[in-house]
Design a protein around this ligand. Structure first.
Ligand code: BJW
Ligand code: ZN
Length: 253
């Protein structure tokens, strides 16, 4: 039986008045869909080493191993559905006049749930790009192969995700930072807030005056700094927030 979720009067007031809202999402948002997180017990980094699979030098050393690991994860991701957390976030986009979802997730589940106002900080596993010339590949058949296909330039294709030591796409990071600074209400949902620069966004928002809410099954690095910590599953807490908004927020736009 899920425990009763109560929102503080301060959060309720912000939910009713805020126009500019940002949600930062992490792997915890997809865990109720059956996708493993990275750093929880049984998370991906317990079974696999990031330095062997999620760095440019790992790919240079063993492109086949890295390609196969992503092919395995892609197959799993394609078999699952968005959960109530994804659905609630897609509904929130329609309620607040200025809204941005900043996701670290590469699994496309937010888009499947209907989110449109979003930036992908760490890329998307459904796209490939060339390791050498960085051109995005349009070859959708490349999914099924067990060795990385080749780009017309001769370089190997790789998933269009951001590995450790790589820069985040400026077209995602710049709007994410700007929206975080301008936000009145900022949610950090299902992320351990350990990986930078994504983890700096709640602090940017807080320093610029936003009311910062964290939704997570456990405490994280940012918990001591947030205005409201809602401990529990994103798929149980976010629908309660949407229900409150629908019942109480008169002027939706
Ligand atoms: C629930 C739940 C439920 C569960 N409901 N909650 C030293 C200090 C500071 C920084 C660095 C440093 N050394 C190197 C760096 C930089 C590095 C970094 O931050 N490293 C840290 C680990 C220390 N960052 C980078 O390299 C980034 N680039 C960069 O900084 O460029 C400039 C630069 C270059 C070189 C040197 C220095 C600077 C790039 C980072 C790329 C991250 N890539 C990955 C892989 C993507 C592709 C793939 O999927 O394979 O992105 S790593 C992985 O972590 C993935 C995630 O997006 C990211 C964040 O993880 P997330 O989402 O937070 O998941 P978890 O598992 O950590 O947490 C899940 C949370 O959910 C938990 O808290 C649970 O409690 C909770 N939860 N179920 C609610 N139902
Ligand atoms: Zn190329």
């Amino acid at each position: 039986m899920p425990k009763r979720i109560s929102l503080s009067p301060a959060l309720e007031e912000k939910l009713l008045s805020a126009k500019k809202v940002v949600i930062l999402s992490g792997a915890g948002v997809s865990s109720e869909s059956g996708i493993s997180t990275f750093r929880d017990k049984d998370g991906l980094w317990e079974k696999f080493k990031p330095e062997d699979l999620a760095t440019p030098s790992a790919f240079q050393r063993n492109p086949q191993l890295v390609w196969e690991w992503y092919a395995y994860r892609r197959k799993k991701i394609q078999s699952v559905k968005p959960n109530p957390a994804h659905v609630a976030i897609a509904k929130m986009e329609k309620i607040f006049p200025e809204f941005l979802l900043v996701t670290q997730n590469i699994d496309n589940l937010h888009q499947k749930a209907g989110s449109r106002k979003l930036v992908e900080l760490h890329g998307n596993i459904n796209r490939n790009k060339c390791f050498t010339c960085e051109k995005i590949s349009s070859d959708s058949k490349s999914d099924s192969k067990t060795v990385p296909p080749l780009c017309p330039c001769g370089g190997y294709l790789r998933p269009d995700v951001v590995w450790f030591g790589e820069l985040l796409p400026e077209k995602a990071l710049e709007p994410a930072q700007r929206a975080s600074i301008e936000a009145e209400l900022f949610f950090s949902v299902g992320t351990s807030a350990l990986v930078y620069p994504a983890a700096s966004l709640p602090f940017l928002a807080k320093e610029a005056g936003a009311f910062v809410v964290e939704i997570n099954t456990g405490e994280t690095e940012i918990s001591p700094a947030v205005d409201e910590l809602l401990l529990g599953k994103a798929g149980e807490i976010l629908p309660v927030i949407v229900k409150f908004l629908k019942q109480n927020r008169k002027n939706k736009k």
